[in-house]
Design a protein around this ligand. Structure first.
Ligand SMILES: [Zn+2]
Length: 140
């Protein structure tokens, strides 16, 4: 965690977060430019970005176990945004591994296929290159 000046897009994101909070919470402070800078500084400590911060506001206000007497502070949004970022990164990592597995299976099919070239292409009856269906067309 480091303290750094927020970028202009980060300040714009903080303004959007504050505007969204105001739509969910009629008692929230009226957002202004100085607030946006301070909230952006807090978000920047955790390198949080818009894709995780805006959904975090929804999750924060949808949390029925939250103490409703509390004012919303930057840290309340940060807790949810970090959780959402973690979930998103895990989803991306998982889908990346699935893609790698699918690619490996496709390479194995090509290697085991007696018909197609190393890129999985085969010449059709008309002389055009088409994607090989591998063993599915052998003997067909
Ligand atoms: Zn093949």
């Amino acid at each position: 965690m480091t303290t750094r000046p927020p970028t202009r897009p980060e300040i714009e994101t903080a303004s959007l977060v504050l505007a969204k909070i105001a739509t969910a919470d009629q008692w929230a402070a009226k957002p202004d430019a100085a607030m946006a800078v301070t909230w952006a500084e807090c978000f920047a400590v955790h390198d949080l970005q818009r894709a995780d911060l805006l959904p975090a506001v929804v999750r924060l206000y949808a949390d029925d176990k939250r103490d409703k007497a509390n004012r919303t502070l930057p840290a309340d949004v940060i807790v949810w945004a970090r959780k959402l970022r973690q979930e998103r990164m895990e989803r991306e990592k998982a889908s990346g591994e699935i893609d790698k597995a699918a690619l490996a299976a496709s390479r194995r099919e090509i290697a085991e296929c007696p018909v197609c070239d190393p890129n999985g292409w085969v010449e059709s009856a008309g002389g055009a290159l088409v994607k090989c269906r591998h063993s599915k067309q052998v003997g067909a």
